[in-house]
Design a protein around this ligand. Structure first.
Ligand SMILES: [Zn+2]
Length: 296
């Protein structure tokens, strides 16, 4: 299943800086300029001391990785990619650098969306990702995050994909919330469309991952499928470097529309985010257990 085809064009290449206006066709609508400081984004997540509010009763987070994991997901590795980053807005030159995204060049990273009240997507992504990590670890999975806090810049989409590949992840998910038209509601899952030499090896398992996450997410959160984008809550895209460059099954979650006031109220609610994280963990778990049955 984990065939690593080292395609020549597939290595992430950092292109020289191009200062021209970057057409940031990202998964989420980029918030351009302005740089509204996000007061809600600053509960100062301390990177590695495990003291964040979401770490249930898991005990010490002090890097005791020698502990044998048990649980239904023991032996699996999941990479979680919290989209964007808290420092991106102040680093427009750095994140505007063009990188080879598998289907043309894209910006290294983007700022992301935010609600009308200024709750930023990067803070949402980071919070849900930590909760998701905790849920998956409770089930015994090994979890790798593509960034270690919400204060930095990037990494580039190429690096986000590479982290999943290097970890040999059994599944990878990029956590986002969209910035669509304010009238539009709902969540959707983006999966890699077929792109020869890039996603042909992961398109099918990624489709299954997308279906599992979609069903678990709507069951667990009650969130409706997006009514303004995608179809039945699913979208196949070939323009996202984070998917094109992945060699492991991967999807993007767009958990809701930050521009819609009803969705925004959910997204900004910690209890809703906990449900969202647990639902995604359930969906990933279903996918991983299916894979086991097939191999076994
Ligand atoms: Zn996003």
């Amino acid at each position: 299943m984990r065939t690593k085809t080292a395609l020549p064009g597939k290595a992430p290449r950092i292109a020289p800086l191009v200062a021209a206006a970057v057409l940031a066709l990202s998964a989420c609508t980029a918030v351009s300029g302005g740089g509204t400081p996000d007061p809600s984004a600053a509960p100062a997540p301390s990177a590695s001391d495990g003291s964040d509010a979401t770490a249930d009763e898991r005990g010490s987070g002090a890097g005791d990785e020698a502990t044998e994991s048990t649980g239904p997901l023991a032996g699996t590795t999941v990479v979680i990619d919290p989209g964007h980053n808290g420092g991106n807005a102040d680093a427009s030159e750095e994140i505007s650098e063009l990188v080879e995204a598998g289907h043309g060049r894209k910006a290294c990273d983007t700022v992301g969306a935010e609600t009308a009240d200024g709750y930023s997507e990067h803070a949402f992504n980071w919070d849900v990702s930590k909760r998701l990590r905790d849920s998956l670890e409770d089930e015994g999975a090994e979890v790798v995050l593509t960034r270690e806090d919400n204060e930095g810049v990037g990494p580039c989409i190429t690096e986000r994909a590479a982290i999943g590949n290097e970890a040999g992840a059994d599944a990878a998910i990029s956590v986002h919330a969209d910035g669509g038209p304010s009238s539009g509601r709902g969540f959707h899952i983006i999966r890699p469309g077929e792109l020869d030499g890039y996603t042909d090896d992961i398109a099918e398992p990624s489709r299954r991952l997308a279906l599992d996450v979609r069903s678990a997410f709507e069951e667990g959160t009650g969130q409706q499928r997006a009514d303004y984008i995608a179809e039945d809550g699913l979208d196949a895209r070939t323009d996202l470097g984070g998917l094109n460059l992945s060699d492991v099954p991967k999807v993007f979650l767009e958990a809701g529309n930050m521009s819609n006031s009803a969705d925004a109220a959910d997204l900004a609610d910690p209890e809703w985010r906990q449900k969202a994280a647990e639902s995604v963990a359930e969906g990933i778990g279903r996918f991983l257990r299916e894979g086991e049955e097939k191999e076994g």
